[in-house]
Design a protein around this ligand. Sequence first.
Ligand code: HEC
Length: 126
Amino acid sequence: MKRSIIVFVAASLLMACGGSSSKEKTASTKTGDVSQNPDYQNGLALVTKSDCLTCHKIDEKVTGPSYRDIANKYGDMPDTIISHLAGKVISGGTGTWGQVFMTPHPNLSQADAEAMVKYILLLKNK
Ligand code: HEC
């Protein structure tokens, strides 16, 4: 009896540790539902932590263009566009969508900025 309890506890501990990675695997193999894509989830978490959403909304132009508009503009371009846009998020800029300036984000790493851009580009209308 005691032994089976120990086995049970050990098994559930193992499951608790392995849980998140196995979840990610099923998410990436699941196509169609973009919110299950790890790139979407990572990027969204970073965007939510930063100040992006004060100027950008998904479907509505605020200070900056909506993320949907950005995705529709760049979503079909080759992957090199991701590092280009990430660079613009880091250094800031203006002139593509109007005369309003995006503030620079010098504390963002290129990798995090690229993760944010990947999330944004996944919002493209199919
Ligand atoms: C102060 C407001 C503001 C903040 C904060 C902001 N943006 Fe922007 N963003 C803008 C504006 C304005 C533009 C349009 C710039 C232009 O016309 O070139 C823009 C454009 C963009 C573009 C498209 C660039 C292009 O060349 O088409 C991306 C991608 C983007 N923002 C991502 C982000 C991300 C990610 C964050 C958070 C780290 C962020 N923005 C924070 C205002 C902002």
